[in-house]
Ligand binder design. Structure first.
Ligand SMILES: NC(=O)c1ccc[n+]([C@@H]2O[C@H](COP(=O)([O-])OP(=O)(O)OC[C@H]3O[C@@H](n4cnc5c(N)ncnc54)[C@H](O)[C@@H]3O)[C@@H](O)[C@H]2O)c1
Length: 254
């Protein structure tokens, strides 16, 4: 019971990493979890998987200020406090060289992955402060630590979240708000299937094989591997950890 009695909000909560984290949070004693996602279909599926739990399901676009304010306000109204804010929603964009990358796609990736995180802290900090502080967790990527050809918007967005995380750690510390980021290597879920297909249409399997060879522990991460780090950062075990880039990558960047 690592987070007994705590309340959490998870954006991208209907996705691979988000939903697995919600399940782990409940298992570890969370009193309530708000699942925030853009996908109505995803939220329906999350609802069926979290049946019987004290979960809130909120449809929202994290890149829109009014939506972010709304899900923070609704969570506060229902739960009375927010202890854990997991800013995890993200999009991969497309796989194309910078020369061919569509500008509207670039704007979308930056809007969700960067502005979404900024808005999360902008509207979330006052709520966490009311409860005496808390933990903000941002899902970046190994793409925030090194370049990868053909995914410029994604790489730029995940580097940018480190700047937001570090600034958030400094601005949140006086109010006992910790801010950290998680940097997963490829995770065996929808997003990687989409990227594998983008890198080599029709032969995504070979791309997966290639990536796997670059991971010293010899496999992709599971959603649960990332959820474990999101649990550690949410719990009081990480009470002196803030401003940190937590790499969960099987040795990929070693
Ligand atoms: N899958 C990987 O290999 C991998 C590796 C490193 C980092 N990440 C990051 O992990 C996070 C979670 O991704 P995932 O792997 O679970 O993939 P996913 O696609 O299963 O989950 C992402 C979720 O975010 C939601 N979302 C997208 N745009 C949104 C918006 N504007 N507002 C609200 N919700 C929105 C999607 O509907 C989806 O449910 C992302 O930030 C991603 O960039 C993923």
């Amino acid at each position: 019971m690592e987070i007994k009695g705590k309340y959490a909000v998870i954006t991208g909560g209907a996705g691979g990493i988000g939903l697995e984290t919600a399940k782990l949070y409940f298992k570890e004693g969370a009193e309530g979890v708000a699942i925030v996602d853009f996908s109505q279909e995803g939220l329906q599926e999350a609802k069926s998987q979290l049946m019987g739990q004290n979960a809130l399901f909120i449809q929202a676009d994290v890149s829109k200020s009014e939506d972010v304010k709304r899900f923070i306000d609704e969570s506060m109204e229902v739960f009375g406090r927010i202890d854990i804010l997991f800013l995890n929603a993200g999009v991969e964009g497309v796989v194309k060289s910078m020369v061919d990358y569509p500008e509207d796609k670039f704007d979308q990736v930056i809007g969700v992955n960067v502005k979404g995180v900024w808005l999360g802290m902008k509207h979330g900090f006052p709520a966490l402060k009311k409860g005496g502080g808390g933990s903000v967790i941002i899902t970046s990527s190994v793409a925030g630590l090194r370049g990868t050809a053909q995914v410029s918007a994604y790489v730029a967005s995940k580097h940018a979240t480190i700047g937001l995380m570090r600034t958030g750690a400094l601005e949140g510390a006086p109010d006992n708000i910790r801010v950290n980021s998680i940097h997963p290597s490829p995770v065996d879920n929808r997003m990687m299937r989409s990227l594998e297909e983008g890198f080599s249409p029709g032969s995504g399997d070979q791309v997966k094989e290639g990536f796997t060879k670059m991971i010293p522990l010899g496999r992709y991460a599971e959603n649960g591997d990332i959820a474990e780090m999101a649990l550690f950062l949410a719990s009081d075990r990480s009470r002196f950890v803030t401003g940190a880039t937590m790499v969960v990558d099987g040795g990929f960047t070693a």
